[in-house]
Design a protein around this ligand. Structure first.
Ligand code: ADP
Length: 185
């Protein structure tokens, strides 16, 4: 029916690195080209499915576990699911990958996309003033300031968010989706 393979693109990186901007722009391009794509991000997950979770290590793990399961269901249904979450812990991202690999109806493609933007650039952008609050000690456990970010060791894709335009970042993901046979070139 959909004439496409379902897949998950998992964007990870610091707050304000550009994950959601790229994911939403990519969603637009995919839909324009006739593909079913859908963005999962803090806005549609943290206020609904995961509204009972905070930012402790346990809650971050459970947040990512649930998102990984939802993404897998989208991918299994044939949708290109674009996940935009800081997801700072390697083990949590690896678990999301593992659940795609062990899907009952066959492994589903999982592309980890590291939006690698220097902390200084993210902090300068600070569109929601969160870094400022974290530096002032008003926000505890903020990734990159007083909570760790564990960069991916073998991501399928690295986007240098401080160096490329949004359009270039989108193109990088499109190329990767084509290379994996998820989109026809
Ligand atoms: P995240 O989802 O990673 O928290 P956002 O996508 O909200 O980050 O982006 C944070 C800010 O950076 C936004 O104001 C956005 O317009 C800007 N931005 C995102 N990507 C780029 C880019 N490649 N070049 C310049 N600015 C960008």
């Amino acid at each position: 029916l959909l004439k496409q393979k379902g897949a998950t693109v998992w964007f990870t990186g610091l707050s304000a690195c550009g994950k959601s901007t790229i994911a939403v722009a990519l969603e637009q391009v995919l839909i324009q080209r006739g593909h079913a794509a859908y963005v999962l991000d803090g806005d549609n997950i943290r206020f609904g499915l995961n509204k009972n979770l905070g930012f402790s290590a346990e809650d971050r793990a459970e947040n990512i576990r649930r998102i990984g399961e939802v993404a897998k269901l989208f991918a299994d249904a044939g949708v290109i699911c674009l996940c935009s979450f800081i997801s700072p812990y390697r083990a949590d991202r690896d678990a999301a990958r593992a659940t795609h690999q062990t899907n009952k109806a066959g492994a589903l493609p999982f592309l980890e996309c590291f939006v690698d933007t220097p902390l200084e650039v993210c902090e300068q952008r600070d569109p929601k003033g969160l870094y400022k609050k974290a530096r002032a000690g008003e926000l505890k456990g903020f990734t990159g300031i007083d909570d760790p970010y564990e960069a991916p060791q073998k991501p399928e894709l690295v986007i240098k968010g401080g160096e490329v335009t949004v359009a270039q970042g989108v193109q990088q993901v499109l190329d990767a989706l084509e290379a994996q046979g998820i989109l026809k070139p």
